[in-house]
Design a protein around this ligand. Structure first.
Ligand code: G1P
Length: 271
């Protein structure tokens, strides 16, 4: 069973400047709710029991968001506002599941994930990248079913416009299992359109084996001088581990870019 999830939150959020100059992008509201809460709700709904947040000292305000008891208690006592009480209870529920781990130097997602090594108990775990909201259908839930059926690692994926491949990790297909699931041959981090092996992009949901920590600890920095999970996954694939790309059926909202972030509130408000 997949019970533990990791959410890397230590990134600088430069694509969303100036919104992120003093405020973490994961707390920016999307249709009236911090983006991170959509990700937590997806986890809870999929049966995840523990979530490991990787933050940095600079982003300690994320931890404060979940530990602001004094303020809530004072306001609730004074105003007896039911809405605030409900919101406070929700935050307490989230808090019970969350553990905080630190990555103080932004050396990439792979390096961030490596910091959680000693906390991962099961053979497989989940990673969710908070820039990627997937609405209308719980992507994590579908990926867990695929994982159970094929006893394999799984990554969320979608077909993208070939002109934009350099925004994502891109993989090519070794074997098509069915309309939504593909055995991956190779995966490469943010290739240029001429070097891209296909137009199948990796979106930020990964079910990975614990053995990835070994690869990550040996992983040299790649694109942009950072350690990428994509590169560690590629070395596992080269070691004959099976990875499935799962073309999810929900709707993808790329909240990591300004255009995508603005659009996400509009899309969610339509549901
Ligand atoms: C990360 C991954 C990339 C993946 C993308 C999905 O990139 O490195 O492989 O396709 O998330 O959103 P980032 O968004 O951190 O630049």
């Amino acid at each position: 069973m997949i019970k533990q999830a990791i959410i890397p939150l230590a990134g600088l959020g430069t694509r969303l400047l100036p919104l992120t100059s003093v405020f973490p992008k994961e707390l920016l509201p999307i249709n009236g709710k911090p983006g991170i809460e959509y990700i937590i709700d997806e986890c809870i709904d999929a049966g995840i029991k523990e979530i490991i947040f990787i933050i940095s000292k600079k982003k300690s305000v994320i931890k404060n968001y979940f530990y602001n008891d004094k303020l809530f208690k004072k306001i609730i006592k004074k105003k007896k506002d039911k809405r605030i009480l409900k919101e406070y209870k929700k935050i307490l529920k989230y808090r019970k599941m969350i553990k905080f781990v630190y990555q103080n130097k932004p050396r990439g997602t792979g390096d961030a994930v490596l910091k959680t090594r000693k906390f991962i108990k099961e053979k497989y775990f989940l990673i969710l990248l908070p820039d990627d909201l997937i609405i209308k259908k719980n992507c994590t839930k579908s990926m867990i079913s695929v994982h159970k059926k094929y006893k394999s690692s799984v990554m969320a994926s979608m077909n993208v416009n070939s002109k934009n491949v350099s925004r994502w990790g891109i993989y090519n297909v070794k074997k098509k299992i069915n309309k939504q699931n593909f055995i991956i041959q190779d995966v490469v981090e943010k290739p240029s359109p001429i070097n891209a092996p296909s137009n199948k992009a990796v979106i930020g949901r990964y079910i990975l084996p614990k053995t990835i920590f070994n690869s990550l600890s040996k992983q040299k920095s790649g694109k942009g001088g950072e350690i990428h999970i994509t590169d560690a996954i590629q070395s596992l694939i080269k070691n004959n581990q099976m990875f499935i790309g799962h073309n999810f059926s929900g709707k993808y909202l790329d909240c990591g870019t300004m255009k995508g972030y603005i659009n996400s509130s509009l899309e969610i408000s339509k549901i």
